[in-house]
Design a protein around this ligand. Structure first.
Ligand code: TRP
Ligand code: SF4
Length: 401
């Protein structure tokens, strides 16, 4: 548990986003941005790990994706939006971490073999692809993010990021005069806070009181005047380790979204079953109208079973109880037709998309506004990343000239 309020997450640029992204990720990000110091990154270098043979589409996909983030309600006034390759410090941290990363850790990450299997037509026997989760660890650790909102599939990557942070702190957090420096840092907290810190440290070290750790973290993060270095010493001193240069991040599991695709499978570009956020209302209508239904309902007079129909799953997302009861009754008694049944879903989707599309349109018309947002976000991210890198270099003895 950490009082660290910073969040980082990333998405590979895959072009225009669809309702699956909206319900599965973006709504969650939009909620988090009000509670946390959020950094959201277009991870274009990660896209390169599988698109190295045809990187030309990455640019366009990145801009399209940023427009969709903004349209979906990610607010550049609340969150920091940036493109990974604009903050080259990620590459430096990735390289330095690669020196101390055991190969086995990378080879045993489940996505490594899985993705190679899944993308069989691609040659993914590359150095970059093996290093994918390490680059992700660098993305997270360079901002010292406390939490990382991700889906369940990404949890092993966050686990590995934690292990990397721990190993880094173990290898490079052991200053020769650590205790002395830590004691000096305690004094800098001021009499009252120093006393509180000492009692919390005692509570943890003598009785393993986790709450004391959380309280001490909160104390340190609210104490604005102490330096980064001293804060890391005080955290390490508290927990009985060395200096904690790179804090260990936690996965913040995204609530499971039940957004199905047009065929009832998970909505995904690779299944060709999506409705994009910028889908025109007439195309939404066309796509829903041609959706498969319960195969037993051949004629209007054949009763159906909503449980066997992908349209029913969409009603779970878009319809209230009244409409759902109407569907259940009408379907099983052959009282309504499928076209009739689909109308509230069409209306629901169009209503949800209308404000998103209005915002998207305004950003499409002003690409310079989008570029400015990304430039500002990049500047802010770079400042944070550079601070971390100063300390990383110092810890590794690389700050000599
Ligand atoms: N690997 C993530 C995915 O495929 C994308 C990603 C890259 C990421 N860097 C990140 C996610 C940092 C969270 C934090 O979805
Ligand atoms: Fe599906 Fe509705 Fe048709 Fe029943 S009436 S089969 S729930 S579309």
């Amino acid at each position: 548990m950490s009082a660290n309020n910073r969040i980082l997450s990333g998405m590979r640029p895959s072009g225009r986003l669809h309702l699956g992204h909206y319900h599965g990720v973006l709504k969650n990000w939009a909620a988090l941005q009000h509670e946390y110091d959020c950094y959201f990154s277009v991870v274009d270098w990660h896209a390169l790990t599988t698109l190295y043979d045809n990187p030309s589409q990455i640019q366009q996909s990145s801009w399209e994706m940023v427009i969709d983030w903004l349209a979906a309600g990610i607010n550049p006034g609340s969150a920091t939006l940036f493109i990974q390759s604009h903050v080259i410090e990620h590459a430096e941290l990735h390289l330095l971490l690669s020196m101390m990363t055991p190969l086995g850790w990378l080879e045993r990450v489940p996505t490594y073999k899985e993705q190679q299997e899944k993308l069989k037509e691609k040659d993914l026997q590359t150095y970059g692809f093996l290093g994918y989760p390490l680059l992700q660890a660098a993305d997270i650790l360079i901002y010292r993010a406390g939490q990382v909102p991700v889906g369940a599939d990404q949890v092993p990557h966050i686990e590995m990021s934690r292990e990397i942070a721990r190993r880094f702190n173990f290898l490079y957090g052991r200053e020769a005069n650590f205790e002395e420096l830590a004691e000096q840092a305690v004094k800098k907290l001021g009499k009252k806070n120093a006393k509180l810190y000492r009692s919390l440290r005692k509570a943890f070290q003598e009785a393993g009181d986790d709450e004391a750790v959380a309280k001490a973290h909160a104390l340190l993060s609210s104490h604005a005047s102490i330096s980064h270095g001293d804060r890391e010493r005080l955290i390490g001193y508290l927990e009985g380790t060395g200096k904690q240069i790179l804090p260990e991040p936690q996965a913040l599991l995204t609530p499971h979204s039940k957004m199905p695709g047009l065929d009832g499978q998970k909505m995904s570009k690779s299944y060709n079953n999506t409705i994009s956020l910028r889908e025109k209302p007439q195309d939404v209508e066309k796509k829903i109208r041609t959706m498969p239904t319960d195969p037993a309902r051949v004629r209007l007079t054949d009763p159906g079973d909503p449980e066997k129909c992908p349209v029913w799953q969409l009603h779970q997302v878009y319809s209230n109880d009244e409409v759902k009861n109407w569907v259940k009754k009408g379907c099983t008694s052959a009282g309504i037709g499928c076209i009739e049944c689909k109308q509230p879903v069409i209306d629901g989707i169009c209503k949800e998309l209308a404000p998103i599309q209005e915002r998207a349109k305004s950003y499409e018309e002003q690409p310079e506004v989008v570029k400015n947002i990304i430039q500002e976000g990049g500047d802010k991210a770079r400042t944070a990343a550079r601070e971390t890198m100063e300390e990383v270099r110092e810890a590794m003895g690389l700050n000599y000239r």
